[in-house]
Ligand binder design. Structure first.
Ligand SMILES: *[C@@H]1O[C@H](CO)[C@@H](O)[C@H](O)[C@H]1NC(C)=O
Ligand SMILES: *[C@@H]1O[C@H](CO)[C@@H](O)[C@H](O)[C@H]1NC(C)=O
Ligand SMILES: *[C@@H]1O[C@H](CO)[C@@H](O)[C@H](O)[C@H]1NC(C)=O
Ligand SMILES: *[C@@H]1O[C@H](CO)[C@@H](O)[C@H](O)[C@H]1NC(C)=O
Ligand SMILES: *[C@@H]1O[C@H](CO)[C@@H](O)[C@H](O)[C@H]1NC(C)=O
Ligand SMILES: *[C@@H]1O[C@H](CO)[C@@H](O)[C@H](O)[C@H]1NC(C)=O
Ligand SMILES: *[C@@H]1O[C@H](CO)[C@@H](O)[C@H](O)[C@H]1NC(C)=O
Ligand SMILES: *[C@@H]1O[C@H](CO)[C@@H](O)[C@H](O)[C@H]1NC(C)=O
Ligand SMILES: *[C@@H]1O[C@H](CO)[C@@H](O)[C@H](O)[C@H]1NC(C)=O
Length: 433
């Protein structure tokens, strides 16, 4: 009470030039305008008015593909057809209907085990045409939809073998030409496939010669790690499961739009911030090193890819991999998805800062690239052949499943783009074989 009186007295004595402003108009002070870097373009790209986008990939002919994790959405992989509409890709039939996404076994909920239809596609990545492969849209299906119980509380049922998969779609004939699934000791029931990168070098150690996929298992339940797929032999294996470099930061409370964020699922207690571990990954231009980071740590890590390829039959494989993890130090915030360009820059989406940063292996430092108040939760990014990086923004921290059931998002979600620095363009070196 005494404090209030004091403030009232102070206000009364303010002169006209001492007026307080609710915004920066008219201030004599230096102001953070929330913006730097190349202009962000939002027109003629894409706005989502009916489903919130997660992943994105842009093809050489300019087609934009987006993913929508499910839920109740009708489809999970979409092709943008104009500024405001998408259509299911490659077809509506390949998307399991919402009532077939999950099942129950002995009273325990599970995701579908259907290996020939999409359940919930998280991420996509496009590799260019090679002498042995068409330009390919690669999709990872988590096999884990979000379902809601009678009280409306969300949960993610465990995956069954068959549901989680890596799918290769030819962008020439718009058909699936290969599907890889995982045994239960590689993809755990509580695994969550989150992102993917490829190296087609036929001479990679410990591979059959048809290239490799490096996948991220970001498991919120606590067992994140890398999953590798030998694209020729179809064999799969794990590495760095629960290594300190892939675990979530146990006490990381991020800030979004200047507000501390406590994750609160309906019917659950408040958690210590983001639960997600390993998230972004990007290969060096020669494929010898993989950069990565958990969503909720502020450190960028890398590992020689040879350590990820060593087969599990080598009993030293995990020890050597662990010993060869490098820390590139702090980066100044949490990072979501990664991308890369022909300069070798490792782009990192920075949801706390409405920004994209990049790590430059040449100087070993992280740099600011672009910042804009419209970048409210950058989720996925795709560098295209036109020299732009395309980024999905989806306001994820305001989704009901993180806010005790209250949806604070405002449509539209958007695909934004901006020009890359240093004439950067899509990486070609990993696929020129
Ligand atoms: C900023 O605040 C000033 C003073 O209160 C007000 O006149 C002006 O309309 C505000 N501008 C915006 C963009 O809100
Ligand atoms: C915002 O501030 C930055 C950094 O001072 C400056 O480079 C940029 O031009 C400003 N942008 C606008 C729109 O004023
Ligand atoms: C976009 O495509 C949808 C679906 O085909 C159509 O209904 C809509 O009219 C189109 N919008 C524009 C602006 O062309
Ligand atoms: C799928 O999950 C929902 C919500 O938990 C449940 O009501 C429904 O029975 C489940 N479907 C099957 C086939 O188990
Ligand atoms: C998987 O889903 C597809 C597409 O809906 C359907 O045609 C097929 O019968 C399903 N397979 C199984 C084993 O249920
Ligand atoms: C599409 O292309 C792939 C890869 O070239 C090929 O394996 C597949 O048979 C083709 N599918 C159709 C339906 O033409
Ligand atoms: C792979 O190794 C073979 C045998 O050493 C060599 O002839 C070939 O040039 C190598 N290819 C690449 C793409 O490095
Ligand atoms: C790093 O990995 C290589 C095998 O790829 C291994 O020979 C080496 O011993 C590892 N380094 C350490 C410190 O374990
Ligand atoms: C980018 O390309 C332009 C036009 O070809 C050229 O003038 C410029 O020097 C290039 N910049 C860099 C950083 O390579």
């Amino acid at each position: 009470m005494a404090a209030k009186v004091l403030i009232a007295l102070l206000s009364a004595s303010l002169t006209a030039s001492q007026v307080t402003f609710q915004n920066s108009t008219g201030t004599r002070l230096r102001v953070d305008n929330g913006t730097y870097g190349p202009p962000i373009e939002e027109t003629n790209i894409h706005l989502d008015y009916d489903q919130w986008p997660i992943g994105i990939a842009v093809a050489s002919d300019g087609r934009i593909f987006t993913t929508y994790t499910r839920g109740s959405y009708k489809y999970t992989l979409g092709l943008v057809v104009n500024e405001t509409a998408e259509e299911p890709y490659p077809s509506a039939d390949l998307n399991l209907p919402p009532d077939q996404l999950n099942t129950t076994w002995n009273g325990i909920p599970f995701g579908s085990s259907n290996a020939s239809a999409f359940i919930s596609v998280q991420a996509i990545y496009i590799t260019p045409a090679t002498s042995s492969r068409p330009e390919t849209l690669w999709a990872i299906d988590t096999g884990r939809p979000t379902v809601h119980n009678a009280q409306g509380d969300p949960s993610m049922p465990y995956a069954q073998p068959g549901g989680p998969k890596l799918v290769a779609i030819s962008l020439s004939n718009n058909s699936i030409y290969q599907t890889y699934t995982f045994p239960a000791d590689v993809h755990y029931p509580d695994s969550y496939l989150n992102d993917l990168r490829f190296d087609f070098n036929p001479n990679l150690s410990d591979t059959s010669g048809a290239g490799i996929a490096y996948l991220v298992d970001s498991s919120n339940e606590g067992r994140p790690g890398f999953i590798m797929v030998d694209l020729g032999a179809g064999t799969t294996w794990r590495r760095l499961t629960q290594d300190a470099s892939v675990l979530r930061g146990a006490t990381d409370i991020p800030s979004y739009q200047g507000q501390p964020f406590y994750l609160r699922q309906s019917g659950m207690p408040i958690t210590t911030g983001q639960q997600e571990g390993l998230d972004g990954l990007q290969l060096s231009l020669d494929g010898s090193r993989l950069y990565y980071s958990p969503l909720s740590q502020r450190t960028l890590y890398s590992i020689p890819t040879a350590n990820l390829r060593t087969p599990p039959s080598d009993p030293r494989a995990e020890v050597h991999a662990h010993a060869n993890v490098s820390s590139h130090g702090g980066r100044g915030g949490d990072a979501n998805g990664f991308e890369g360009d022909s300069n070798g820059f490792v782009y990192q989406l920075m949801p706390e800062h409405n920004a994209i940063y990049y790590f430059d292996p040449a100087d070993g430092l992280t740099h600011g690239f672009v910042r804009d108040p419209r970048i409210i939760w950058p989720d996925g990014a795709s560098v295209a052949a036109d020299g732009y990086v395309y980024v999905n923004v989806n306001q994820l921290p305001y989704q009901p499943d993180w806010n005790d059931g209250v949806d604070g998002r405002t449509y539209p979600g958007a695909v934004l783009r901006c020009k890359l620095p240093g004439n950067g363009t899509k990486v070609a070196s990993l696929y020129e074989y």
